[in-house]
Structures are given as structure tokens and as C-alpha cells.
Ligand binder design. Structure first.
Ligand code: FAD
Ligand code: SF4
Length: 511
């Protein structure tokens, strides 16, 4: 009897138990499909990364002598649709059982279930064996609680998995959270070692996409593609991070700088989201590096572990608790368009041009650029969250829906009304100035705090946003202080801010 096993592009887990047993009578199937290249317009580097990683994974299986059917985008039998491809293969190879790995995306989960329901052969779904938690663990953890606070979930995970725990369930170093020591601006204080990069030639994939008419955006240096797309690349990046960057990861986690696109960030998100690396092995390796080194402090390591053991698992749990309703949430009733400059990088506002051009050049921006620059601006200009989602889901190399939508609609746009964040992440120019050198290099003046010409647009947008949305924040205790500052503001000053903000929102091309 023959079994067909289907693997999605973000399920490249070499360590899966599927690969331990007897491989006779098994056919593995993967496919590059238009249904996946076209559900949103993607950055060209994102499509290249997924295709390369999938092809590499297929090669790895072939090298072991296992039978695979791999459809490149222009393969003659590729129907570009999951259901058609699977049903054709079942017929062609006399398949008696169909097996798949549970998708992390709601859309694909539903599609696969529907396909299975319509099959007249046996089928079975398997866990991807990637995450620490199961889909519903976060929901169960917070059952009966009023709020889902990430910090409590994270502490429980630390204890449950005995990660950075001392004695009887106490946090190593004495604190659960070292966030406060993780807020430094970077001003050439340390030398940031740069990786030599992979420099892959991806021109054949770029040509394939062009020939097939796949619409993409963003920039690519096709002879020097620099993302890790195989397991061995991924392990190299992980080792590099541990040896060179971990030592200052926490210190400069929130910093931004015109000359440094990555600072001390790991660039591991694609390798984990495609499952080339598991969160467990990343955390174990990082802790091992910490134990072996005299220079790495607990605050750096804890900051990193929290992102993966805490935030990453938490976001996935919220996704499976809240979908599919989550994808249409718009609690603040925002309706504006996303400015064109998100797609071109052409704006005089230095913070935005840096963050957007990084994104277009590299399919990457680090967390604070995503949250406090592009996300902040989209929220302050009251952009319809679907347009914001569309941009984020397309532009980043690591953008898969379960982690994109929870970060964008939830954490960044507050469109879920506070399921993830307790208050909106909005700020005026002063926060941006505190954490970066952007303002020093900008045409606008961050210190001009009125609505006058030449003043930083974020300042007016900030007060305008609070005023426009004040009814939503009346009962939010964490907003009390700021809302009372708004109340105290001189009415002419507020009027000037609102006039300027209106102009920024209506005429983004002028800014
Ligand atoms: P590092 O700073 O080195 O962090 C290490 C790892 O921690 C990351 O690789 C990631 O796996 C995990 N991590 C850190 N923050 C988060 C978070 N908030 N949620 C989940 N995991 C986290 N991450 C994605 O993987 N895909 C997305 O589509 C995505 N969209 C985002 C959109 C917005 C508006 C914001 C604010 C954040 C988004 N993030 C997303 C989270 C985070 O910004 C990226 O994971 C990170 O920038 C990836 O770069 P890195 O690997 O160098 O991360
Ligand atoms: Fe951004 Fe304002 Fe600073 Fe310019 S002055 S970089 S617009 S925050």
C-alpha cells in the first residue's frame, strides 16, 4: 500500500518523526503553487527564500533515497492548486492513504480538512513537532482569566520547561524580566561584527517568477542572496549569533540606527518560521553559549529567550484562539489608506524612509522599526488594518500569517481592542529620537512640538490620534495620564496639531 505525505513550504522540519521510520511505500510531495505566491503580493526575496528552502529540503530527502514528487512552479503537472495536485497524485500513484502535517495557517488548515473530507481513501493529520505548545495550550492556560498577560504565560513556560530556572522554580539571576536594562540607544559604543553572508545566485528563480508572471515587490540583488535557506545555513546563523551578537542582544534590542540594519538581532525568524530550526534547539544553543562564556550576562539571554519561548508561542496560541474572527477586527474603526510611500520608500521622514527602505532592500526590519516606526505611523494615521496587514504579510521574509496578524492587527494596530496589548503602541517623535539617530538626519525638527511647518509630523499625528479616538480610551487605566495631558492642552495648540495631522493624512505625498 502506498502513502502520500504532503509537506508545506513552512514545514521543513528535518527532525520530524516521519523521517525516522521505514520509508518504503511512501511518497513525499511538495509544490510551488500560484495559490501560495498570489494570496497576497509578496516581497521577491520572500518567494525566493521559500522556494529555495523547499527545493533544498526535497534534495535532502532525495539524497536519502526517498521517493518524492516535487513540483516547481512551471512543472507540467502542477495545477497550482492544492486540491487538484493532491487528487491527481492519489489517482496516478494508486495512493491508499493520505497524510499531512497540521498547517499553522487557518486558511490552509481549513483547505486541507476540506480536501480530506472529500477523499475516498484513508487520511491522517500529524503535528509538525515544532512548537513547545499545542494549538490550544495558551487558550487553556488563560481559561477563566480576565486578561491574557504574556508575562504569566512566559513564567509558566520557563518553569514547565526548566529554562533559566534556579532551585525550586525561581528565575535565574533573581528577576523574571530584564526589560529595563534592555533599552539603550546605540551610538557606535560597540563594534557590531558583520556576517560575511551567503551570496547565493538566485537569478533562475527570479527569471522563473518573471516568466510565469508572478507579481512581487521589493528589491533583490540576485547574485548575492543573503538569507539562510538550508539547515546548515540556519545553524551557521545561529552559531554566529551566539558567538558574536548575543553578548549585546538585550542592550540594543530597541535601538535603531541609520548605519546598522540588523544591529544585534539574530535574523533567525525565517529559519524558525520555515521550521528549519526548532525553537527548542535555538534556546538550548543560546543557553549553552551563555554558560560557556564569561562575557554574556543573564539580561541578554533572558531577553532573547522571552521572545521565542514567550512571545512566539503566545502569539501562536492567540491566533488559534481568535481565528477566523481576528482577521476582520477593527476596534478603533480605522479607515484610511496606507500611503504609497510604504511601497516605494519615498518620504522625507527619515525614520520611515530608513525603516521602509530596509524592508524593501532586505525583506527585513527589526522589531522596533516594525512596531514604533511603520506600525506607529500606520496607527497614528488611522489606517484600515487590512491594508496594514497586507503590507506586513507581503514584505517580510518571516511573514507567515499566524505571527504576522497577531503582531500587526493585535500588538501594533490595537485592532483587537486589547487582547494582546494593554494600550496602543503609539508615540510622538521624542521616543523615536530617544532610541535612534534618525531625527538628527531628518528634514523635520523633532523639537518643534507645535503644528508649525517643519515640525516632526509624528508630534501632531500623536495628539490628533488621541483626540480622535478618545472615546475608546476612557476606561483604559494605562492611558489615564496621557489622556489627562490631552485634556489639559491649550485648545489653540490642539487645533494646530489637528490641522497639521489632517494635512499629513490627506497628503502623504508631500511629506
Ligand atoms: P530577534 O530580534 O533576533 O528575535 C529572536 C526571535 O524571537 C525572532 O526570530 C522571532 O522568532 C522571535 N520573536 C521576537 N519578537 C517576536 C514577536 N513579537 N512575536 C513572535 N516572535 C517574536 N515576526 C515574525 O516571525 N513574522 C512576522 O510576520 C512578524 N511581523 C511583525 C509585525 C509587527 C508589526 C511587529 C511589531 C513584529 C512582527 N514580528 C514578526 C516579530 C518580530 O519583529 C520579528 O520576529 C523579528 O523582527 C525577526 O527578526 P530576528 O529574527 O532578527 O529577531
Ligand atoms: Fe521621524 Fe520626526 Fe524624527 Fe523625522 S523628526 S526622523 S519624522 S520622528
Amino acid at each position: 500500500p502506498k502513502t502520500l505525505r504532503f509537506i508545506l513550504g513552512d514545514q521543513l522540519n528535518h527532525k520530524h518523526s516521519w523521517f525516522n521510520g521505514d520509508q518504503e511505500h511512501i511518497i513525499y510531495h511538495m509544490a510551488e503553487m500560484r495559490q501560495e505566491t498570489d494570496y497576497v503580493k509578496h516581497h521577491i526575496q520572500k518567494v525566493c527564500a521559500f522556494f529555495l528552502a523547499m527545493r533544498g529540503f526535497n534534495e535532502w530527502m532525495n539524497d536519502r533515497g526517498w521517493e518524492t514528487v516535487y513540483y516547481e512552479l512551471d512543472h507540467k503537472d502542477n495545477e497550482q492548486d492544492l486540491e487538484k495536485n493532491i487528487k491527481n497524485l492519489i489517482k496516478e500513484h494508486d495512493i491508499e492513504k493520505f497524510e499531512y502535517l497540521a498547517p499553522d495557517e487557518w486558511r490552509l488548515d481549513k483547505q486541507l480538512k476540506d480536501i480530506c473530507d472529500s477523499l475516498d481513501i484513508e487520511w491522517e493529520g500529524y503535528d509538525t513537532e515544532h512548537f513547545y505548545t499545542k494549538r490550544k495550550d495558551v487558550e487553556k492556560f488563560f481559561e477563566g482569566k480576565k486578561r491574557m498577560t504574556m508575562e504569566y504565560f512566559y513564567r509558566d513556560m520557563r518553569k514547565k520547561h526548566d529554562i533559566l530556572i534556579e532551585g525550586d522554580k525561581e528565575p535565574e539571576g533573581g528577576d523574571w524580566n530584564y526589560d529595563k536594562s534592555n533599552r539603550q540607544k546605540w551610538e557606535h559604543d560597540t563594534e557590531i561584527p558583520h556576517e560575511k553572508g551567503f551570496r547565493k545566485d538566485v537569478s533562475d528563480i527570479v527569471k522563473l517568477l518573471e516568466d510565469e508572471g508572478v507579481k512581487t515587490f521589493g528589491r533583490i540583488d540576485e547574485k548575492n542572496f543573503n538569507w539562510p535557506v538550508t539547515r546548515s545555513d540556519a545553524l551557521d546563523v545561529l552559531n554566529y549569533f551566539c558567538e558574536n551578537l548575543l553578548v549585546h542582544f538585550g542592550d540594543y534590542q530597541d535601538a535603531m540606527h541609520t548605519e546598522e540594519e540588523y544591529l544585534y538581532h539574530s535574523r533567525l525568524s525565517f529559519t524558525m518560521n520555515s521550521k528549519l530550526l526548532s525553537p527548542k534547539e535555538v534556546i538550548e544553543k543560546v543557553i549553552e553559549a551563555y554558560r560557556d562564556s564569561k562575557d554574556i550576562e543573564i539580561s541578554q539571554v533572558e531577553g532573547f529567550v522571552r521572545q521565542i519561548l514567550g512571545w512566539r508561542e503566545f502569539m501562536r496560541g492567540i491566533y488559534w484562539k481568535e481565528m477566523p474572527d481576528y482577521q476582520s477586527k477593527n476596534e478603533l474603526d480605522n479607515k484610511n489608506d496606507l500611503p504609497d510611500f510604504y511601497w516605494t520608500g519615498e518620504t522625507k521622514m527619515k525614520c520611515l524612509s530608513e525603516s521602509i527602505n530596509n524592508s524593501l532592500d532586505n525583506a527585513y526590519a527589526h522589531h522596533i522599526q516594525r512596531l514604533m516606526i511603520t506600525g506607529n505611523y500606520a496607527l497614528l494615521t488611522m489606517t484600515e488594518p487590512s491594508y496594514v496587514d497586507e503590507w506586513y504579510l507581503g514584505v517580510y521574509i518571516d511573514a507567515v500569517e499566524w505571527v504576522e496578524i497577531t503582531n500587526v492587527r493585535g500588538m501594533s494596530q490595537f485592532a483587537d481592542g486589547g487582547i494582546i496589548a494593554t494600550k496602543p503602541y503609539v508615540s510622538s517623535g521624542s521616543y523615536i529620537n530617544k532610541m535612534s539617530n534618525y531625527c538628527k538626519n531628518c528634514e523635520y525638527s523633532v523639537s518643534k512640538k507645535g503644528g508649525e511647518d517643519g515640525a516632526c509630523p509624528f508630534n501632531s499625528l500623536y495628539w490628533n490620534f488621541l483626540d480622535e479616538k478618545k472615546s475608546h480610551f476612557e476606561n483604559n487605566q494605562r492611558m489615564n495620564m496621557i489622556m489627562s495631558n490631552l485634556k489639559k492642552m491649550d485648545s489653540d495648540k490642539l487645533k494646530a496639531h489637528k490641522k497639521r495631522a489632517q494635512d499629513v493624512i490627506e497628503n502623504p505625498q508631500n511629506y
